[in-house]
Design a protein around this ligand. Sequence first.
Ligand code: FAD
Length: 642
Amino acid sequence: MLYPQEFDVIVVGGGHAGTEAALAAARMGCKTLLLSHNIETLGQMSCNPSIGGIGKGHLVKEVDALGGAMALATDEGGIQFRILNSSKGPAVRATRAQADRILYKAAIRRMLENQPNLWLFQQAVDDLMVEGDRVVGAVTQVGIRFRSRTVVLTAGTFLDGKIHVGLQNYAAGRAGDPPAVSLSARLKELKLPQGRLKTGTPPRLDGRTIDFSQCTEQPGDGVPGGMNPEGGVPVFSFMGNAGMHPQQVPCWITHTNERTHEIIRSGFDRSPMFTGKIEGVGPRYCPSVEDKINRFADKDSHQIFLEPEGLTTNEYYPNGISTSLPFDIQYDLVRSMKGLENCHILRPGYAIEYDYFDPRALKNSFETRQINGLFFAGQINGTTGYEEAAAQGLFAGINAALQCRGETAWTPARDQAYLGVLVDDLVTQGVTEPYRMFTSRAEFRLQLREDNADVRLTEAGRQMGLVDDARWDAFSRKRDAVSRETERLKSTWVNPRNLPAEESVRVLGKAIEHEHNLFDLLRRPNVSYQALMSLDEGRMASADVSRETLGELSATVIEQVEIAAKYSGYIDRQKGEVERAAFYEHLRLPESLDYMQVSALSIEARQKLAKHRPETLGQASRISGITPASVSLLLIHLKKGG
Ligand code: FAD
């Protein structure tokens, strides 16, 4: 049957990428259809019930700044929040939350069901409708044909998915869900370049059988016993507040020991990884426990976090023992740890192998180069992680919608967003293992902080139609308050004549010799905003904007003013670097350029450029094997009019 309605955007897959893609396209006014295997699993966390962390939290804040769902759903479902690296610089501080997976999923589903322009439909997609070099729709398992102008494919770990537990294996998309076999075959037929990757998950534990008295409690932040108990529980979304959080609960810590490691080693001969049953490459930064014991043989213990899966379940996620060893080994290894001696396993751990598609075959917009209108996002592009998937989904949803509106694609630059880094890394370098975000991937990370994601992206989001009035008003108020307070500090002067030495030492650490404005004083490493505000107003030359007219400033406004002052030197230097790099970064390479004829380049460089066809000189410079010398030669060739 041909479905009577036509859509602008069809999103296939309702995981973290698909839900953000569908919401974004619909927010931008496109008639959008989300087709997924099962409406009950929309927004499901396949693995650990946690959102954020270093690099990942940055992506969540960016998704949020563009009006996305992940941060708000985490605020509604988060049962423990922490700020990681809180004692380090603001660039690497990151929010992480433990989520109640049921509450999280419910929040995502509610947002989807209430989004204007968005239709949901439960069916497996088995085929794509392609006419010439353009996708024109999708066909479901029972033969319903949905026509659309664009399709965003976000099939996660489902394409030809195969689960391994020991030497046993079976076809599945993840535990309890079917694989997408027909769709995988169709994509192979379309000759889109692909490969196999794998990822794994630990066994889940019944909390009633854990002896928590033998484990170390790890409370979240902002609660008694946790970090910063007075500061309140952290919040993820710009539009969120701690009042949205449900009850907060602790995590627990136990450890592996020599006995655990012996048990794990005794299963190596039945490990699908070590016996070659699994061909896909796994994430190096998220290794299975057998991989850790094998690679770091000298370590006699590893920390294992016992993370609650929710408020209405006894299930615990033991973070650190992801494994595909046979179940008898899983059973023994779990019971070898302190506090877990009598533990009941609710679900076995497993590894899953699946198809991914080489993201170098995507344009900067995530549209496939081969088939117009077909976009890929999420795990299908070789990444791992909910946050990486959500950011890509939002991005692909935006670009599918822009294409439907006849507008040019939007790609944030590497100095504008982690999203820009993610997209650029994927399309220029591809992946050799599941890709996850780290702050170290961003060369301009001083500018790419969690705390300024709104400043970097909300305006762009508003222009594209992603940001609603409530968010825009809140953002504008904050932006104006930061700028007014910064101006006030810059135009408020303190003169040593009016400031007794003891007062100066109390607030500034030492006496000042000449007049300073408050902003300059705030740049000093040991001077806090609060300390400056404790200066008696009578000691200062009057400012254009008095403190009274500003009213009570929020903590986030003060944080921005303080960061701008403390890091202004570094940030200005980095801005200079960005500007210098920008010319080359954005210099577009002609589509007609025949690299094989650029004789100054080595044959290897010519072949690589011809294969990847970078869109800008900046992208060319990041292709592996393209040296700075090759980039200079290419530039000379372009200047000569080549
Ligand atoms: P998914 O969340 O997988 O969602 C895909 C969606 O598409 C599903 O709703 C599915 O039903 C639907 N779908 C697929 N094919 C079709 C079709 N043909 N028709 C209709 N619907 C379809 N991440 C980490 O960061 N760390 C980890 O340690 C980690 N371990 C993992 C372990 C396992 C076993 C699994 C399965 C995943 C793990 N992940 C981990 C990855 C994390 O779950 C994914 O990165 C993330 O969920 C990817 O989001 P996605 O939207 O791309 O895909």
